[in-house]
Design a protein around this ligand. Sequence first.
Ligand SMILES: [Zn+2]
Length: 431
Amino acid sequence: MSYLVLARKYRPKDFDELVGQEHISEVLKNAIEKNRIAHAYIFSGTRGTGKTTTARIFTKALNCVDRKASQPCGKCPNCKEIADGNSIDVQEIDGASNRGIEEIRSLRENVQYAPSSSKYKVYIIDEAHQITDAAFNALLKTLEEPPEHVIFILATTDPQKIPLTILSRCQRFKFRPLSAVEISTHLEKLSKLEKFDIDKSALQLIAQISNGSLRDSLSMLDQVISFSPDDKITDKTVRELIGLSPLEMVSSIVDLILAKDAKGILEKIAGIAAEGYDFLQIGRDTREYFRKLVFTNYIDLEKNAPESILPDEMESLKKHKGMFQDNILLRNLHLANRCIEEMRFSDNTRLIFELYALKLMQQTAGIDELIDKLSAMEKNLGGPSGPADSQPSGDTPPAVKNPGTGHSIAGSDAPAYKTAENTAKNAPAQP
Ligand SMILES: [Zn+2]
């Protein structure tokens, strides 16, 4: 028997089998039960998150002759034909290769005829953002006055490229990228069913690499299994196949930033380039890492967000927690975000990433060195003159050199700005 790839073998057959898009399946199920069906839908979201699969399940449910509540039976001729891609009333159109006005015109003519054996004629247009403006214009007329029996489902990774006139006539559903934990849980389930001899850590690594795309994670699992069909698969096997994981790359870059190791940073980036990684994605991973690092200052992530962070990442975050000053960390997050904005408009994403990695290092180093210098200065001058607990406000102003006298001004001798402010605040208001 030939091997059926996992993504096809375990393609969800009804709404309950969909992974991670409950917010969408609930609304669609409701629409079916209440018979409130729109004539046009837009399913948007990153690749491999279930847009086409959901469109097929929805179509089956609409045309099923033996539907149970909102779920398609999966057994009637309509369900079977749709699952096999043979239904003459359901057309799946690749928007990338049928993007011109001629194709849309013939679609418009076809729309007029009633369905042959189903309730609805459904047109699922994949990669809909590829359709030309002229073709969208031709489609608009049909969307304005659609025949009763016709439903359009436009699937796209780039909804902002679809004209507003079209968008405003469609019900929109946003498919979200899946968290690494959701993906690894799903992979674990399938691995058990398939009796794969594979470590949990290997599945977690695959989940991490697939960036929210369930389909990508399944192809990677296929690849890992065929790479090493007889041995137990560990995270080491996965690493042999794909090289460094994004987390390891980001985590080691953060190490190098903290160590102020410019040479190390540039060498690491050269290594990433040699492995053929996409720098825009590494940039996004870096930004996400700094974001989580900022969160660790305010939230116990282990307790509050265990579903979105894998054990390896948690370990790394714990290691870096508190290593950056709060304000530096916020600025680093801001810089990482700007890095991605600049990459979008650049023909050399590696260069932009190098530039920002060094900027992050300089900024971190800059403040650290300043603090080092200040504390060295303080040491030379014999430290603060007054003990901190003698301050009524509890705030000890930092020791700074008075440029006029050359003496250290600190503790109770310093101009106690905060204390003065507090005093003013506490003083009775002047009449
Ligand atoms: Zn059916």
